[in-house]
Design a protein around this ligand. Sequence first.
Ligand SMILES: NC(=O)c1ccc[n+]([C@@H]2O[C@H](COP(=O)([O-])OP(=O)(O)OC[C@H]3O[C@@H](n4cnc5c(N)ncnc54)[C@H](OP(=O)(O)O)[C@@H]3O)[C@@H](O)[C@H]2O)c1
Length: 241
Amino acid sequence: MRTRHSLQDQTVVIIGGSSGLGLASAQAAIHAGARVIIGSSSTDKLQQAVHSLGQQASGHPVDVLDAASIQAFFAAIPALDHLLITAAVIRPGLLLEADITALQTNLDSRFWGSVHSIRAATPRLAASGSITLTSGMVTQRPQPGKALAAVAAGAVETLAHSLVAELAPRRINVISPGPMHTPLLSGALGNDATRLQALAHTLPLKRLGEASEFAEAALFLMANPGMNGEVLHLNGGAAWA
Ligand SMILES: NC(=O)c1ccc[n+]([C@@H]2O[C@H](COP(=O)([O-])OP(=O)(O)OC[C@H]3O[C@@H](n4cnc5c(N)ncnc54)[C@H](OP(=O)(O)O)[C@@H]3O)[C@@H](O)[C@H]2O)c1
């Protein structure tokens, strides 16, 4: 019988690990016995997160908008067991009105950032290892101004399906979160508790998702040897309500 991989003494790399869903996943991975290397673009946030995570964590700066920075990030990591990418830069804007460079940033960060990261990480990734990318419920519930964010999220889902054969026996999956209570969502709603509560009230479970729930999903995809090419929807049913 094939059993769940343990994360004990495994190396888990999390790009976007200094905040929100990535930081919660780093905490959970350490709790499961892993060593964690986090990456993000702000050195201050990175240092603060590494400090809060404790001795099993280290961090290096990386900018998912810069291929050379991604290569330098992985050059400092000789071997890894699991890669989780939560970092992305979202630039909403109406297709006919927004600055085209801003719109392209959605794809440059989430899609091309994932592509560059996968290319740099895979030669160092254990054969039993995994890659987890992040998309979003926007693919199922597009809104005005979110078309390119949705396309970028959809692109990483297709990327994961499409790479299964090339990366095997390494595995690749995606988590598609709905609205989660993180600094990203709070910031997007002006750090206004009333707006956050109003959004929560529109959801079937009458609450936002918690970063710890994302972390559990991420660890499940890392540890379950049968999960491959999957998009795990984590939205409390909001996509269907
Ligand atoms: N929260 C939600 O409701 C929700 C819903 C659907 C999808 N998502 C997706 O889930 C992912 C994580 O979101 P979150 O809520 O955890 O956001 P968050 O709290 O803002 O965390 C984002 C992380 O990405 C890093 N990051 C941002 N730009 C970067 C760059 N250019 N290069 C490298 N790292 C960068 C940030 O650190 P630095 O600032 O230091 O770079 C931070 O560690 C995102 O892809 C988001 O689109 C979130």
